[in-house]
Design a protein around this ligand. Sequence first.
Ligand code: NAD
Ligand code: IPM
Ligand code: MN
Length: 360
Amino acid sequence: MASHQLLVLAGDGIGPEVTDAALQVLDAMAEFGGWQVDISHAAIGGAALDQYGDPFPKETQQAIDRSSAVLLGAVGGPQWDNAPTRPEAGLLSLRQYMGLWANLRPFEVFPGMEYLSPLRRPAMNGIIFRELTGGLYFGQPRGRRFLPGDLEVIDTLQYRKSEMWRIIQLAFEYAKDHGLALTSIDKANVLESSRLWREVAVELSAQYPDVPLEHRLVDSAAMDLVVNPQHYQVVVTENLFGDILSDLAGGLVGSLGLLGSLSVAGTPGSRGLFEPVHGSAPDIAGKNLANPTGAILSLAFLVGWSWQETGAESIIREAVTQTLAEGPRTADLGGDASTQEFTEAVKTRVERIWSRRRQQ
Ligand code: NAD
Ligand code: IPM
Ligand code: MN
């Protein structure tokens, strides 16, 4: 019997609610799939600040080392706004500690969700490859400096060519494998880092003659994503642009709660971090209102990528897609189902799909 070690970092706000939903689905999967999963929990973000005074404590690092995959809820919340270290710093340290330089954020309009999109004719099925451990998030120097009669702040947009190379190459590989076109998004009319980014994309494109490559500037790309979203099949971009554009994609498909993601390094079969795109949603936390789809889809990516259980991945995705189409639906989708009611509905479908496949 296959055995897997899962570490859950539930975090703050709706994080515990949506990871609990994903674990219930995993439970249903493991039972039918005949695998043994050892689940452990550790602290991250605000919860870790409260418990250890550190948003990414060494106890959590040790737990990561023992795991074969990590599922994250969300971090942050207004109660830590004035803390000396922010909860979000814990998530950034986690990504860096695990060396996860690629964040894949798929976006699609699920069947039956069209009415939620602000667009008249919503149709899109794309994926954003976001560079995750470089750029403005990590560049040095950063901080505040007192000047005579003034205060200066510095953030540094720093990248190595090798960091650009590996994420753009990963996106090219994906586009090639799926027969899709690649859009590289930058700000090469202003930023030196973007000019190198563009050069790297051009240099790499020589190795991928069958992948159509285009470059777009981030400002007009944001506009065009709204006007012409079906054009974007595979998008590759740096850290901050990817953060912003993926929330925009959440708006286009109808709810940020619908997007899951994979944060990975290297090849399938390796340890990764699987996190919904949304945050801790303090406005709805603790009310059993959150849409757990992003967390459940992140779990699907987890079992497919880190554990190579690709059959299980497709069953979870099918169960989610059916639930979204048929209901019940959570409040962000215009329904009145609670997090738990939606989760039960996904579990029921997981069981149904499993038994149907068994009989075939
Ligand atoms: P947010 O993503 O938490 O929420 C934005 C809006 O979307 C809110 O109205 C929220 O209710 C709604 N929403 C988000 N997820 C939802 C879900 N699953 N179901 C239903 N509705 C959902 O963004 P924010 O309010 O800007 O940030 C809140 C906190 O979360 C901040 O501290 C921020 O730093 C943090 N954050 C964390 C992560 C992460 O842990 N990966 C990601 C983004 C933001
Ligand atoms: C995300 C979040 C994080 C990011 C924050 C919480 C550090 O917005 O995962 O999209 O900016 O990467
Ligand atoms: Mn974000």
